[in-house]
Design a protein around this ligand. Structure first.
Ligand code: EPZ
Length: 434
């Protein structure tokens, strides 16, 4: 029942610190299931997806202890399969990584089909192909996935991915770590969080090589041991604040980032007339000139990330001239454009291509977050629009952005989170600064 109310027109100034990478965290927490001992995970983002994954591990017998807000100790010494996790696994996408980690740990897996943001069909055939190649029998029906390894342990093999898939690359990598012999993943995805997962696994005793290239080799080991690992910063959260400054204007230092991971986003913003200065672990983003149009095509890393497509499209609404945005990863990731149109955006969508005619400004309106990144795009639109924007369904946003309201308020934005009581007879709303 939460919503955000944004009063637009304020430029953003100051410093924003980026949290740990969501898509690394949601891979590393399931991978911790395979570790015999205590895994200390640092720089963990405080978001609902990671909370749910930690709860899943607890339901499987793991000892989960929050050391501080961004550090957690996970001890999976005494874990077991449990059907109690099903309500949670069907609510999040990353629960599919439990297939790989359960098979690795127990030689069998029991979970549900994953949930997550809905942008059309989201097949997992490449995950299944990978598990089968490693010797698993897969039974899928009635929303459940049951898998078991022949002879109780997976066996390394060569897996060629027919499509570059982040999720399948990660899942197969996780499953292969405790398999017998060597696994080679070809046509692997190369996203920064794939390298992060490999580094996590290696620091716990695994033997993973080549992560970050299209060929990953995993030599199976007998067991993983505990250790401490700090997650990389979130590339997409950083890109979202960069886009917010580009849209609203102002000057912001985005800290705790790896600038190299932001190259593809910075390059596009510079083409649009945004000034970007890179430091060792920060980027400063400044925009006071008129925005120029450009074209964007989303692609697997190191291409422009699909998870930044709604945010950059929103910025392009304010750029002079016509911009073309092509979605190269997902079939149906333009649903949010109807919401932007309510704010005065002029966008024509044809299949995977959006043609954006720049307008002189957006106007506030009641809109909804259709999914996580679409929700972030609505926040950006609200920040630069004239008047008030009310954003419904913000639980999508909170799946992936730690304290977005608090961070934006620190930069001078006029945004509040409002919780409305479920009872329609009770009209009192309680506002919080987030
Ligand atoms: C991950 O999803 C991210 N999610 C997504 O981020 C992100 O959009 C996506 O990678 C692409 O970068 C998580 O990490 C939890 P894929 P994933 O497998 O792994 C096709 C966000 O906003 N495909 O790389 O599910 C698929 O249809 C979220 O943070 C198959 O055909 O994506 C798509 O066209 C949303 N068969 C393409 O590959 C498969 O078995 C890439 O999907 C798997 C995928």
């Amino acid at each position: 029942m939460d919503k955000y109310i944004v009063k637009g027109g304020k430029k953003l100034f100051g410093e924003v610190e980026i949290s740990g990478a969501k898509n690394a965290a949601v891979a590393i927490i399931p991978a911790a299931l395979m570790v015999n001992g205590v895994c200390r995970i640092e720089n963990l983002p405080q978001i609902s997806d990671t909370d749910k994954l930690l709860e899943i591990l607890s339901l499987m017998g793991a000892q989960v202890r929050l050391v501080n807000k961004t550090t957690v100790d996970v001890d999976c010494t005494n874990v077991y399969l449990s059907d109690e996790i099903f309500e949670l696994t069907k609510a999040i996408r990353a629960s599919y990584y439990l297939i790989g980690s359960m098979l690795g740990r127990f030689g069998e897996a029991r979970t549900t089909m994953p949930g997550g943001c809905n942008f059309g069909v989201r097949p997992i055939d490449q995950h299944i192909k990978g598990m089968k190649a490693l010797g698993a029998t897969m039974n899928i029906g009635n929303g459940l996935i049951c898998a078991s390894a022949r002879d109780g342990r997976l066996k390394g093999n060569r897996v060629y991915l027919d499509k570059v898939s982040v999720g399948a690359t990660i899942n197969i990598m996780i499953a292969a770590v405790l398999a017998k012999g060597q696994t080679v993943i070809e046509n692997a995805a190369r996203e920064p969080h794939i390298v992060d997962l490999a580094n996590f696994l290696n620091s716990m005793g695994a033997d993973v090589r080549g992560a970050g290239t299209t060929t990953i080799k995993v030599r199976g080991v007998e067991a993983l041991h505990g250790g401490t690992y700090a997650l990389i910063p979130d590339q997409i959260e950083a890109g979202t604040y960069m886009a917010a400054v580009a849209a609203a204007g102002g000057e912001v230092r985005v800290t705790n980032v790896i600038p190299k991971h932001l190259d593809c986003i910075s390059a596009k913003l510079v083409e649009m007339g945004v000034e970007i200065e890179e430091g060792d672990d920060y980027v400063t983003v400044k925009r006071d000139a008129v925005l120029r149009h450009t074209n964007v095509k989303t692609l697997p890393y190191p291409g422009f990330p699909t998870d930044m497509q709604p945010q950059i499209s929103t910025v392009l609404c304010l750029a002079e001239g016509t911009s073309i945005v092509t979605e190269g990863v997902w079939d149906n990731r333009f649903k949010y454009i109807n919401e932007l149109r309510k704010m005065g955006a002029e966008i024509h969508v044809d299949g995977k291509v959006a043609v954006i005619e720049g307008v002189s400004g957006l106007t506030g309106a009641p809109v909804a977050a259709c999914d996580l990144r679409a929700g972030a795009a609505m926040v950006i639109a609200g920040l630069c629009a004239e008047g008030t924007t009310t954003i419904e369904d913000v639980e999508y946003i909170e799946r992936g952005y730690q304290d977005i309201v608090g961070k934006l308020r620190k930069l001078g934005a006029d945004i509040v989170a409002v919780t409305e009581p479920n009872d329609p007879a009770d009209k009192t709303a309680t506002a919080s600064a987030g």
